[in-house]
Ligand binder design. Structure first.
Ligand code: HEM
Length: 192
C-alpha cells in the first residue's frame, strides 16, 4: 500500500463504483477513445510523472489566484489551510501518474467513485480530518476544470517527441480528463 496519506487506491474498504464497465465503455466511446490514445497516454505518463511537482505548482497557482477556488481548501477560520493543501497535493500528483498508467479496471473505477465523493458533501474533508468552511466542490467547477487541467499540460509535453507524438499525447490527456470529469459527475446527478 502507498505511503501517501489518504491515498486508498485498491483498498478493500472502498465502495464499489455504481458505474458499470459497460457505461465506462460508452463514455470512452463518447470521448472518441481509441487504442492509439491508450498508447499515447502511457507515453504521456512517462513524460508527465517526473514533472508532476512543477505541474502542481501551476495548478495550485491557478487555484490560489481565485478566491472562489481557494475557498475550497479553507480551514475552520475560512482561510486556506496549508496542511490540507499539502495533503491533497501529494494525492493529486499520484493521480497524474495513475491517470496515465493504470488499467481502467474495477479497482480504478472504484477509486474514481471515491475521489468523486471526496469532492461532494458526502466525503469532502473527511480524508484529511479537516474542519472546513467548504463542504463541497460544485459540479460546475469540476466540469470547467477540464480546460485548465488540459491546456496547462501542453508546455510539459512540448519537445518530448515529434510534433505528431506530442499532439497525440495531448489529445489523449484531454480525452482522459474529460472522461474523468464525466465519471465524477455521477454522485452529483440523479440522471447520470
Ligand atoms: C476535473 C476536475 C478535477 C480533478 C481531475 C481533480 C482532481 C483531484 C484529485 C486527484 C484529488 C485528490 C484525490 C484523492 O484523495 O486521492 C482532489 C481532491 C480535491 N480537490 Fe479536486 N479535482 C478537480 C476539480 C476540483 C475543483 C474545481 C476544486 C475546487 C477548487 C477541487 C478541489 C479539491 C479539494 C478541496 C480536494 C480535497 C477533497 C477532500 O477533502 O478529500 N477539485 N482533486
Amino acid at each position: 500500500m502507498s505511503t501517501i496519506p489518504g491515498y486508498t487506491f485498491g483498498s478493500e474498504s472502498l465502495a464499489p463504483s455504481p458505474v458499470s464497465r459497460d457505461y465506462l465503455a460508452r463514455l470512452e466511446a463518447a470521448v472518441l477513445w481509441t487504442q492509439d490514445d491508450a498508447d499515447a497516454l502511457r507515453r504521456a505518463g512517462e513524460v508527465l510523472g517526473p514533472q508532476a511537482d512543477r505541474i502542481l505548482d501551476v495548478w495550485y497557482g491557478f487555484v490560489g489566484g481565485h478566491d472562489f477556488l481557494i475557498a475550497s481548501f479553507a480551514g475552520a477560520d475560512g482561510t486556506a489551510n496549508p496542511d490540507y493543501l499539502t495533503a491533497v497535493r501529494a494525492r493529486f500528483a499520484q493521480w497524474i501518474v495513475d491517470t496515465c498508467s493504470r488499467e481502467r479496471d474495477q479497482q480504478w473505477l472504484d477509486y474514481q467513485h471515491e475521489i468523486a465523493l471526496r469532492h461532494t458533501a458526502a466525503k469532502k474533508n473527511l480524508t484529511d480530518g479537516v474542519s472546513s468552511t467548504a463542504s463541497e466542490i460544485h459540479l460546475r467547477y469540476i466540469i470547467a476544470f477540464i480546460v485548465p487541467l488540459t491546456v496547462t499540460i501542453r508546455p510539459f509535453l512540448a519537445g518530448q517527441g515529434a510534433d505528431d507524438e506530442v499532439e497525440a499525447m495531448y489529445q489523449a490527456w484531454f480525452k482522459s480528463v474529460t472522461l474523468t470529469a464525466a465519471l465524477w459527475a455521477e454522485p452529483y446527478s440523479p440522471s447520470w
